[in-house]
Design a binder for this molecule. Structure first.
Ligand SMILES: [Zn+2]
Length: 254
């Protein structure tokens, strides 16, 4: 029996080798489920966006298909002053390593988190996704809501004629996978956004993107419990693992 089985395997391998480069999509190994995927991570904001030196750069505006909006913003912070830009940055760098361990190629929209740096503008972050042909773009943020609000939610692009027709459906699919994957992994679902899903027609980054893109608001920096988690290294790792679970859920279905 063993011998026969071996022969079948040998034939199978021979056929696979013969198939050669024609089979472009190689099934991912179980320990590298994201093999061959290109992911753009966008750690929202930049520390220097609040630096008066860069007021002119921040004042740039563009029409996003719905309204005219600015280059970028400072983001929120915890009551103790821990900035969202730094939280987003730390989660993104940790997530990058996790994704790479799972086989993905990862690029980031910014290479520093510094008071001496600004932007890039949100439209240029989205254009990077288009230029590199990312499979998905994940925009990492945290909210600044009333203190009783908590939990994560996901923003996906709404329909804007001439702008988002190409990404509304895949964006919704990505958002649903993020919500399901993150919730299953233990992330706290938002208690103030119904179904953890918000459809936005006026988010510049989502409208400029031609690849499936979502913004994940990981939690509320003004909530005491979440502020503590966001400010610690172990908490930041936890957020990164939750995002990884969502991304893996999206690609597992494809
Ligand atoms: Zn933000």
């Amino acid at each position: 029996m063993k011998r026969t089985w071996g022969a079948i395997v040998a034939v199978g391998i021979a056929l696979a080798v013969a198939a050669g480069p024609a089979s472009a999509v190689v099934p991912a190994a179980p320990d590298r489920p994201l093999e061959g995927r290109l992911i753009l991570l966008d750690p929202g904001h930049q520390l220097g966006n609040s630096n008066p030196r860069f007021a002119k750069q921040m004042a740039q505006t563009k029409f996003n298909g719905t309204i005219v909006k600015g280059c970028n913003t400072t983001g929120t912070a915890t009551n103790a002053g821990f900035p969202e830009a730094t939280f987003n940055w730390r989660v993104a760098t940790r997530l990058k390593r996790l994704l790479e361990n799972a086989g993905a190629r990862v690029q980031m929209t910014r290479s520093t988190n510094s008071y001496d740096a600004w932007g890039p503008c949100v439209w240029n972050r989205a254009k990077q996704a288009n230029r590199i042909g990312a499979d998905v773009m994940i925009n990492i943020h945290a909210d600044g809501a009333p203190a009783r609000d908590k939990g994560f939610f996901v923003m996906a692009p709404g329909l804007v004629k001439g702008w988002t027709e190409d990404v509304v459906k895949p964006g919704r699919r990505l958002a649903n996978a993020m919500i399901a994957g993150m919730t299953a992994a233990g992330a706290t679902p938002s208690n103030y956004v119904s179904g953890q899903l918000m459809i936005s027609r006026d988010t510049t980054g989502l409208n400029f993107s031609n690849v499936p893109s979502v913004t994940v608001e990981l939690g509320n920096m003004r909530n005491a419990v979440e502020a503590r988690r966001m400010s610690s290294a172990s908490g930041q790792r936890q957020y990164a693992r939750w995002l990884l679970a969502g991304i893996e859920r999206y690609f597992a279905k494809r």
